[in-house]
Design a protein around this ligand. Structure first.
Ligand SMILES: CC(C)(COP(=O)(O)OP(=O)(O)OC[C@H]1O[C@@H](n2cnc3c(N)ncnc32)[C@H](O)[C@@H]1OP(=O)(O)O)[C@@H](O)C(=O)NCCC(=O)NCCS
Length: 187
């Protein structure tokens, strides 16, 4: 079961059916799903199915998906998850946010928190992330969350629409985290 985690401005908790309206608000947009790996939703029914799928991941040995909720208003403004999880080894970080809330540091705040959870609680050795070459906002979030650029995985990603893309690979290991981030107090 995913924990409920509080940060300065956010609550991270398992996505729920009640998030459907807030989630659809950005799940329908063309600049969200395709960058995060899924087709924009055409109605709330598709959002409902995705919420169920996100929650069902837990039944298949995965961790599930966190809703990113603004403390101040209790509005669900994004999702973040560690997917492609292998116990005691690694997972892939993925996130997306309602554009109304971009560029206020929310994704970075959530990502840093999930990384602490991944190493301290899940005992991961590596957290990785993939982004399209042109997705500079995502790359910026990963760098601010102390992931290191490893290189380009050529034709490394098969998108939902059949497109094949080069992707940038980022990672942070448990050694990076404990030696550099924790020991040197890097934020
Ligand atoms: C990626 C995403 C989650 C970032 O969310 P966010 O809350 O705006 O992120 P933050 O505010 O923490 O950081 C964004 C950083 O990117 C920078 N940025 C934003 N757009 C940019 C652009 N086009 N080019 C370069 N930098 C950009 C911002 O200035 C900020 O950096 P700064 O703090 O140094 O100023 C959001 O853009 C999103 O949902 N995108 C669509 C889905 C997606 O791409 N998911 C990731 C898939 S790998």
């Amino acid at each position: 079961m995913l924990p409920k985690i509080e940060t300065e401005r956010l609550i991270l908790r398992l996505i729920e059916d009640k998030d459907i309206h807030d989630f659809y608000e950005f799940a329908r947009l063309p600049n969200i799903g395709p960058l995060a790996g899924w087709k924009p939703h055409v109605n709330e029914k598709e959002t409902k199915i995705m919420i169920k799928m996100f929650r069902d991941k837990i039944r298949f040995g995965q961790l599930g998906v966190f809703a990113i909720v603004l403390k101040e208003t209790n509005k669900m403004i994004g999702t973040i998850e560690l997917h492609s999880y292998t116990k005691d080894h690694k997972a892939e970080l993925g996130f997306c946010l309602n554009p109304e809330y971009w560029n206020q540091g929310y994704a970075t705040e959530a990502a840093k928190t999930i990384i602490v959870w991944g190493f301290d609680v899940l005992n991961l050795k590596r957290i990785e992330a993939y982004t399209y070459l042109e997705n500079e906002a995502s790359q910026k979030v990963l760098e601010k969350a102390n992931l290191i650029f490893e290189g380009i995985k050529r034709k490394g990603y098969l998108a939902y629409d059949g497109g094949i893309h080069d992707v940038k690979v980022y990672s942070i290991t448990n050694e990076d985290f404990y030696n550099l981030v924790r020991k040197n107090g890097i934020k």
